[in-house]
Design a protein around this ligand. Structure first.
Ligand SMILES: Nc1nc2c(ncn2[C@@H]2O[C@H](COP(=O)(O)OP(=O)(O)OP(=O)(O)O)[C@@H](O)[C@H]2O)c(=O)[nH]1
Ligand SMILES: [Mg+2]
Length: 302
């Protein structure tokens, strides 16, 4: 049997649907998804099988014009993911087309594209009439010589099978990189922290989701088969702490319940989740916070 294996980086603007596609390819929710931009902060690997090929998908943070140290580290992680991959899939939102952000990414591709297979996936085709897609496809292919173009809906699953089959054939021959039954390469404590961050992002408004981070501080396996998980939510100001807690603790309670339910489903066992909110005005400048997220602190420099 000839096996194939390799890394496939999903890149694109924030909100393009990269994490949605990764989850669909893997068949489980390993990367968090929200309707807000800049949800994913680090590289997240998910593993999918297609025949004799093992496809290691690398979900990356969205590419945007960075302002803060965290933004810069995120964008560096995304380009780094593309540079390390065997195949890169650029995801574009069908209804938004070629935005300024997309133009910038196309320029970046010129640099990392040398000798690498780059495919185009026009996502969210459920949102636009098919006539529009043809024009967008030819516009994009005029700007960059994509190896192939796919029209997909990551959310509904349209076109995803074709994309997976094509990607499998593009990967180099070689032994599998992970055990056949492994679906993610991310510490469980980090997946758990991400689940809580997703629920916070969905509930909190404006800038607040971008000014907090979640870390799993302690994970205890109990004799009865359940897990006790302690997490800390770092916020930047006292006022933020009050908002995260909510009136009579209602917000944090709802977040905790939603995150726990998802964790229990993922782990298939009972979970006791304890959340604590700590004010840490300078967490965005602390290297430890970055290593916990799986980001390079130094990339935030410059
Ligand atoms: N209508 C539609 N919505 C989609 C599709 N794919 C993803 N979405 C939605 O688009 C939003 C963003 O999806 P994500 O997967 O979080 O996007 P992302 O590219 O990972 O975003 P960042 O992590 O912020 O870079 C979510 O609300 C998804 O449900 C699709 O095919 N059709
Ligand atoms: Mg994402």
């Amino acid at each position: 049997m000839t096996t194939r294996a390799g890394f496939i980086a999903l890149i694109g603007e924030p909100n393009a649907g990269k994490s949605t596609l990764l989850n669909r390819m893997v068949g489980a929710k390993v990367s968090i998804v929200t309707h807000k931009v800049q949800t994913t902060r680090a590289r997240i690997r998910g593993v999918a099988m297609e025949g004799d090929a093992q496809l290691v998908f690398v979900d990356t943070p969205g590419l945007f014009k960075p302002r803060r140290r965290l933004d810069r580290a995120m964008v560096a992680a995304a380009w780094g993911g593309a540079a390390d991959a065997d195949v890169v899939v650029l995801m574009i939102e069908a209804h938004r087309g070629i935005t300024e952000g997309v133009e910038r990414i196309l320029e970046g591709l010129e640099e990392i594209g040398q000798g690498r297979t780059i495919a185009l996936a026009i996502n969210k085709i459920d949102k636009v009439p098919s006539e529009k897609l043809l024009a967008l496809t030819s516009d994009l292919n005029e700007r960059y010589p994509f190896a192939e173009t796919f029209m997909i809906s990551a959310e509904r699953g349209y076109g995803v099978e074709d994309l997976r089959k094509w990607l499998a054939a593009e990967l180099p021959e070689g032994p599998w990189l992970y055990p056949e039954d492994q679906i993610a390469d991310l510490p469980m404590r980090m997946i758990a922290a991400e689940m809580t961050r997703e629920k916070l992002t969905l509930r909190l408004h404006q800038e607040l989701p971008y000014q907090l981070t979640v870390e799993t501080e302690n994970w205890e396996e109990r004799k009865d088969g359940s897990a006790k998980i302690d997490q800390v939510i770092y916020v930047m100001r006292d006022g933020h702490k009050g908002i995260v807690l909510g009136k009579r603790g209602e917000t944090i309670k709802a977040v905790s319940q939603a995150a726990r339910a998802e964790l229990e489903e993922f782990l298939d066992r009972k979970v006791h989740l304890f959340l604590q909110v700590k004010v840490r005005p300078n967490w965005l400048e602390e290297s430890e916070r970055y290593s916990e997220m799986g980001l390079d602190f130094k990339d935030g420099n410059a």
